[in-house]
Design a protein around this ligand. Structure first.
Ligand code: ZN
Ligand code: ZN
Ligand code: FE
Length: 752
């Protein structure tokens, strides 16, 4: 990879050991020629691959190291860095943005350093990358830093191979680099001195004001996270009434005041990728309730840009809401004028700088599942690191991805380049951003796809987009097959596996809306072994918001009458319930579905957690949050064999929940029992599939597995039954991972 200090590190190591030879970047990665005694060469290789050394570049990772003997060039006494003509493959030139390193943090605090308190300090081991790259090769003129000419001091470091800033493209100092300014919501300057801007901004925040802060991947909207009134005001102005806000802090110690941070989560928080990590709330913490109500977790991240560190060093700044600056679900705002234009009614002050952002990037979100990081959103810090597969694809591929939580994927050889989180394409602005992003990445990585792959859904915008490519082979892949294929691709396995999917919606091969499936799947074919029995769902788009719709479908007209008093709490308008029932009866605007997501909505609403998902999965998140630990009871699991596979019956679980509600059983116990039953139901299908196919590996995917209780329990139960479990490591389990599955299927189908 370029820009991570790899070649200088190798140079210094060779010099230290007195070895002669050269290092250069090429398409393969990095090629090194060294000559010396066997013993010293052994030391060289050992140290090269030893990531625990103090001076090892933080961003360098040795993926594979092969060696061979070549003829000695007589008289070669020096070690040289060769500037190669083609500087490696386009994909490996651009690295992700990286959180500030400790060396830079120390320098920024050093009163004698010429970058003392400089908000854009960076080095080869840290700083912005992907977000500032306009085009390749990755050289300063091709980045947002092209606008700033290096001063002699910075240039000296940039050109000195012994220096930490050797070839650090964004290198800058107060004399030559970007600057900070604070303005009011009209763009009128308040402070142009960096220190004064920081303290003024901090003062506004302390008083409960709202600041728009330009960071690495775009603007954040910030308020004091302990000030309930300020947080409510932000919700009101941002028109975001429920979705949890992310919170930033300067240290793990601070986060521990409000949330539980175990060793694993501490590692995620402190990683160079610096994602938002979902953490269990501590009781009685001082974080304002409106930051994240209805869930038992906070999304925390640590300061990652020097600017954040300076702001948080101001008196009285402890924890700040730092939420993506956009209106509801539109794309993130990253340009100064656009920010003033669109956020002028929201933010009181704007803390801005003059370094442009070329790629807007949301903060990534992870949580811990089974002791490992599981992605909920993959963006800043991770993109554009490709996912490497053992087998290179024979043709270049574009995978369009799904319409919700869209990411797309380009394939070039063994590199699967997943885009950052794009969002929900149904929003016109997000769709336009998608089209532009596809174009940008295609140019950046010089891909000319010969194969295009999209979802089977005829109505998806991403599908329409894919259909517009000329002279390509177009493949359409069923949504849940892509879900399972993404797990296979991530694990570098060809399958076949038993694929258990717990998802919201996906267009099925029979025209129904699938969502809880047991597939037997490889990268070249799949069969549907079993699924949640179909129920009727009326109302199109409204069906995923209003829980009464799946409830009526699941209960049927008799059930609706029988439990009228419970339903009355969810939908007081009895006529509306009748209307939905009639719609279903007549098949108007009604689909057949095996959606697991809607089953969760229904049960959440029956337990009194609300009637509407104001944001995606609000009700299921609340249901997970109320689970009582240590409950192992389940409702009856009924799996029936029918033509076309096994059907998991929902009636026993729905009836069980209703009987428990009427019996006054604690709702936290009912919530646990429901989750447990879902696990046992999926497990029952896997057990049947193993008997029928002798396959022992199970891949898990689908948005419902963002539910941590369900994911942990499912993995545990499968392992108890001696299954091998495949769980995704490098991409989200939700629709954010679909494009990888589509791409892997396309790559395998070309070969077939
Ligand atoms: Zn650094
Ligand atoms: Zn300078
Ligand atoms: Fe999905």
């Amino acid at each position: 990879m370029q820009g991570v200090g790899c070649r200088p590190y190798i140079y210094r190591l060779a010099m230290e050991l007195g070895l002669a030879g050269m290092v250069r970047n090429d398409v393969q990665g990095v090629t090194i020629e060294v000559q010396g005694s066997d013993a010293v060469l052994d030391v060289f290789v050992t140290r090269l691959c030893n990531q625990t050394q103090a001076d090892y570049p933080a961003l360098m990772e040795v993926i594979e190291c092969g060696q061979e003997s070549i003829d000695v060039v007589a008289g070669d006494k020096m070690f040289r860095i060769i500037e190669s003509e083609s500087d490696g493959s386009p994909v490996s030139q651009v690295t992700p943005d990286c959180a500030m390193c400790s060396a830079c943090l120390n320098e920024m605090a050093d009163t004698d350093d010429f970058r003392y308190r400089y908000p854009f300090i960076n080095c080869t081991h840290c700083g912005p990358r992907y977000s500032i790259v306009k085009t390749i090769p990755y050289d300063r003129p091709n980045t947002a830093m092209g606008a700033f000419e290096m001063c002699p001091k910075c240039r000296g470091q940039y050109e000195d191979v012994q220096d930490r800033r050797f070839h650090a493209q964004p290198v800058a100092c107060p004399d030559c680099g970007p600057t900070i300014r604070l303005t009011d919501n009209q763009g009128k300057p308040i402070e142009s001195d960096s220190d004064k801007a920081m303290s003024h901004c901090a003062a506004v925040l302390k008083k409960g004001g709202i600041a728009a802060i330009k960071g690495i991947g775009g603007f954040h909207l910030a308020v004091d996270a302990t000030n309930e009134q300020a947080v409510q005001e932000l919700r009101k102005r941002k028109r975001r009434d429920a979705k949890p806000f992310a919170v930033m802090a300067a240290s793990i110690k601070t986060i521990r005041k409000y949330a539980i941070v175990d060793e694993v989560c501490e590692r995620f928080l402190k990683s160079p990728e610096s994602p938002i990590v979902l953490l269990d709330k501590k009781e009685n913490g001082a974080i304002a309730p409106s930051v994240a109500f209805g869930t038992n977790r906070f999304g925390f991240m640590l300061c990652y840009a020097p600017l954040h560190h300076l702001l948080f060093a101001e008196n009285g700044i402890d924890v700040l809401v730092m939420t993506s600056a956009n209106l509801s679900d539109e794309p993130l705002i990253c340009h100064n004028e656009q920010a003033l234009d669109e956020l002028g009614d929201i933010a009181d002050v704007f803390l801005m700088h003059d370094r442009d952002i070329y790629r807007q990037l949301d903060d990534s979100v992870v949580h811990e599942v089974n002791g490992q990081a599981a992605f909920l959103r993959r963006a800043r810090g991770y993109v554009p690191t490709p996912i490497y597969r053992d087998k290179p694809a024979q043709k270049e591929i574009f995978a369009a991805g799904p319409d919700l939580k869209n990411t797309f994927c380009f394939v070039k050889g063994d590199q699967y380049l997943m885009s950052e989180h794009i969002g929900d394409l149904v929003d016109g602005r997000v769709y336009r951003h998608y089209v532009k992003s596809v174009e940008h990445l295609r140019n950046l990585f010089k891909v000319s796809p010969e194969v295009v792959v999209c979802d089977l859904h005829p109505g998806y915008l991403a599908t329409h987009f894919a259909e517009q490519f000329n002279d390509v082979k177009l493949l359409r892949v069923q949504h849940h097959w892509a879900h399972i294929a993404s797990v296979l691709a991530d694990a570098n396995e060809p399958g076949p596996v038993i694929g258990l999917v717990a998802d919201g919606t996906g267009y099925g091969t029979d025209g129904a809306i699938w969502g809880c499936e047991c597939l037997i799947a490889s990268l070249t074919e799949f069969t549907r072994f079993g699924h949640l029995a179909y129920y009727a769902l009326a109302g199109g788009d409204k069906a995923s918001k209003e829980a009464i719709r799946p409830i009526v479908g699941l209960l049927g007209s008799d059930g609706v009458k029988e439990y009228a008093d419970i339903l009355d709490h969810i939908e007081p308008d009895a006529d509306k319930i009748k209307l939905i029932a009639t719609q279903i009866e007549k098949g108007l605007n009604t689909v057949q579905t095996s959606s697991m997501g809607r089953l969760f909505d229904a049960v959440s609403a029956l337990l009194g957690l609300g009637a509407v998902n104001r944001f995606e999965a609000e009700l299921p998140m609340a249901l997970e949050a109320m689970i009582q630990d240590g409950i192992n009871d389940v409702y009856p699991v009924e799996l029936t064999e029918q033509e076309g596979g096994f059907h998991l019956q929902y009636t026993p679980v729905i009836r069980g929940v209703l009987v428990d509600i009427n019996a006054g059983i604690d709702k936290s116990i009912i919530a646990a029992k429901f989750h447990n039953t879902v696990c046992e139901g999926l497990l029952a299908m896997a057990l049947q599939a193993r008997i029928a196919t002798k396959i022992n590996d199970v891949a898990l995917s689908g948005g419902v597995f963002c539910n941590r209780y369900l994911a942990n329990r499912m993995i545990h139960r499968l392992q108890e039954e001696q299954f091998g479990v495949l769980w995704k490591k490098s991409i989200p389990v939700n629709d954010g991972g679909i494009a990888l599955g589509q791409a892997a299927i396309a790559a395998a189908m070309i070969e077939k």
